[in-house]
Design a protein around this ligand. Sequence first.
Ligand code: K2U
Ligand code: ZN
Length: 178
Amino acid sequence: MILEILKFPDPILRVPAPPVRAVTGEIAELMDNMLETMYAAPGIGLAAPQVGVSRRVIVLDLDHENRGANVIKLANPEVREAEGEVVYEEGCLSVVDFTAEVKRAERVLVGGYGADGEELEIEADGLLAVALQHEIDHLDGKLFIDRISRLKRDIYVRKLKKAVRTGKEPEESRGVVI
Ligand code: K2U
Ligand code: ZN
């Protein structure tokens, strides 16, 4: 089922999500709905708070050519090791019409639980490392715009406010105090 992706400045995006106690069938179904929603966006990652579910669950699939071949479903993901530094031009399905260069760790070791409750450990670098850190940030209520200069963020917020005033923004962001 395709779910609605919440957009900045929706306050739900800022709520740190509680851990999953057990990977139940309901969580497994959420993961599948998140993947379907992600493919439709399209995106290469999605975190549960982005679809209004405050739970520590993320899904990723970087390989859209053969969709489903390299799917990552993770409950309670945590970065266990991080090293190096990389800058990547990031966007976000919840932050419309804005991209910015974000500095993150070049390589990460991420632990968590899969859709069957099995323990997983993923070593990643490149785009997957960036995407994992981007999604795990969502679970802590953090957006990539929190990792750029205040000046750049203010420019985006002003642009968004202007768009809301002139009624160019979609309905959901009108009338929301930023
Ligand atoms: O979490 C999200 O909003 C989906 C993000 C994930 C992401 C952002 C930046 C860098 C890597 C992953 C994206 O909107 S997915 C769209 C996308 C596609 C290809 C490359 C980068 C981002
Ligand atoms: Zn995002």
